[in-house]
Design a protein around this ligand. Structure first.
Ligand code: HEM
Ligand code: HEM
Ligand SMILES: [Fe+2]
Length: 494
């Protein structure tokens, strides 16, 4: 991937910019995991790197790197699919390029400042220059404004191409609307109030309405695009599913917001609203799951055994989309449903249950599909007609899935112990919080999380190597001239 970055087989500026976004995404993914491992060690040895890299900062960098790499990969995905979906290049791409460099530089500066100034007074100036103090979106105000400007440029690039295109595909229409909502919600996390309830109330608009509404719709749109590309799924069918998912995701996702309003000082009617609508949230996730498997099964049903092999033009990407369908359903649907009723949440709130759900949901719903997109991009960059899994692809899939499932199970056990001992038995006070964390079930679970985190990290290293080598390996095995022609920008309007 890196070698082809400067000289991909396609000459689409939009797709070239996409590759840059994906490259930074991979670097940030690596950084996220390194700090994640440090945080996991600190759970077991609290004095590890004390005074040099405090847990609060390590955790913050872990989460910010996660959110930012996902956003980079999402933006990359859109730049990549625009020429195919609209038949036009993103407009004003030079400005888009500039936006990319500004955003990347801003991210680097923000992280350096986090590391240099780890403790200090919280003043008006620190909100502007250092840290806004809102979990997941801690970036200081100056960076917020920069992000908004870059996103506006990105939106202009995409909207321009969409407006030019004669045939406005359902996938693009959904994306255009969804990206507007996604970007607009970011503004809710930008203004400051002294009232912590009001602050949390709006903070959840960004966090919940991103991951459980706008990002999910986004995933539906790129899954639809990828299924058309990879298995030649019928556009009519994938777009029909997409519209159904959009309807359901917004239906349950928006009022499902109530499951974060149980204990922050909002009126009690949120208990009922949150309980009902958030319980419905797994329904669209089942639809997304059925969507992928149905399309896949349908396509396979059409051919004899030897034809099937040719139907899937990118087996690594298809594998990751399937992992996405399962992972989204398990991590968000099942692990989310676990603790979404107020009667349950009063015991599980803020325990390691939450962390278990957070890991499996983010990985299953977002990391997986964006890794799938990375394989599609590499296929495009090398102009390959088909891409097949290598031994590395299989090992990395195995280790990444084992690692994330292992971490999730370990954290679920730790959460279970907290619920029983800290909440049920000891009544949930401050002392109870610490007592529960010293008991063997908790301590051992944290050790297992670290072990499984290492497994995940090894899987990531293999994934990285695979992504930068698979294209070269497979293009040597193919007739390059033939495949390069077919990979230049061709609108897929089928
Ligand atoms: C891909 C989608 C999802 C992602 C990425 C996700 C991620 C997360 C994360 C990271 C948190 C912790 C937030 C914090 O730091 O306080 C959280 C909390 C929560 N999530 Fe999800 N989630 C998703 C979908 C769902 C769904 C569908 C449900 C319900 C069916 C759900 C139920 C909850 C609940 C109840 C909490 C609050 C936990 C607590 O009280 O501590 N989530 N989610
Ligand atoms: C090397 C692998 C990883 C390790 C060792 C690790 C470790 C950690 C640790 C120690 C925390 C702090 C938990 C707490 O405050 O109780 C955390 C939080 C979190 N991590 Fe990871 N992590 C890893 C990979 C990932 C991946 C791949 C994702 C998502 C794709 C992810 C998403 C999250 C999220 C969403 C939270 C916040 C959870 C919450 O607020 O409840 N992590 N991680
Ligand atoms: Fe939520």
């Amino acid at each position: 991937m890196l070698t082809k970055l400067l000289n991909p087989a396609f000459d689409s500026p939009s797709k070239r910019l996409a590759m840059k976004y994906f490259t930074v995404a991979l670097v940030l993914f690596a950084a996220q995991l390194v700090v994640g491992l440090i945080a996991a060690i600190q759970f077991i040895h609290p004095s590890f790197l004390f005074g040099i890299l405090d847990f609060s900062v390590v955790r913050m960098v872990h989460l910010n790197a996660l959110v930012v790499w996902l956003l980079f990969a999402m933006i990359g995905s859109v730049y990549y699919m625009v020429p195919d979906e609209t038949g036009y290049e993103a407009v004003g791409i030079k400005l888009g390029e500039l936006g990319f460099y500004v955003l990347t530089a801003a991210v680097a500066v923000v992280v350096v400042v986090y590391l240099l100034i780890q403790v200090g007074a919280g003043t008006e100036a620190s909100i502007w220059l250092i840290n806004e103090g809102r979990e997941y979106i801690e970036a200081p105000r100056w960076a917020d404004i920069g992000i908004v400007v870059v996103v506006l440029i990105f939106y202009y690039n995409i909207l321009g191409a969409y407006l030019k295109s004669e045939k406005k595909t359902g996938i693009m229409t959904v994306l255009i609307a969804d990206l507007l909502a996604l970007a607009g919600l970011y503004l809710a996390g930008m203004f400051y109030t002294d009232n912590i309830s009001v602050d949390q109330y709006y903070w959840w608009w960004v966090i919940h309405l991103w991951v459980e509404a706008t990002w999910e719709v986004f995933v539906g749109a790129i899954a639809a695009y990828a299924l058309i590309k990879i298995i030649g799924a019928k556009r009519q069918i994938v777009e029909m599913w997409l519209w159904i998912e959009v309807l359901m995701l917004f239906g349950s996702g928006i009022l499902g917001l109530g499951h974060h309003y149980f204990w922050i000082g909002t009126p009690e009617y949120w208990w009922e609203i949150g309980a009902l609508f958030s319980s419905l949230e797994p329904v669209p996730l089942v639809a997304m799951f059925v969507h992928v498997l149905y399309d896949w099964g349908r396509e396979q049903g059409h051919g004899e055994a030897n034809k099937i092999k040719n139907v899937v033009t990118n087996t690594p990407a298809m594998a990751w989309i399937t992992i996405n369908a399962f992972g989204n359903f398990l991590g968000a649907g099942i692990w989310g449903f676990f603790h979404t009723l107020p009667q349950v949440n009063i015991y599980t709130h803020g325990t390691q249950f939450t962390a278990a759900h957070g890991h499996l949901a983010f990985f299953g719903a977002y990391a997986a599909i964006l890794i799938g997109m990375m394989y599609l991009v590499v296929q495009g960059a090398y102009g390959l007609k088909t891409m097949r899994m290598t031994a590395l692809t299989k090992w990395s899939i195995g280790l990444l899935c084992l690692g994330i499932l292992g971490m999730t199970v370990a954290l679920t056990i730790a959460g279970y112990e907290q619920v029983l001992v800290e909440r049920a038995e000891l009544g949930g006070g401050w002392q109870a919080f610490f007592t529960a964390q010293g008991l063997p079930w908790y301590v051992q679970a944290q050790a297992w999380r670290l072990i499984m985190g290492v497994v995940f990290f090894v899987g990531f290293v293999l994934l990285f190597i695979d992504l930068i080598t698979i294209g070269r390996k497979q293009s040597q095995a193919n007739d390059t001239h033939d495949t390069q022609v077919s990979a230049s920008v061709t609108p897929t309007m089928a």
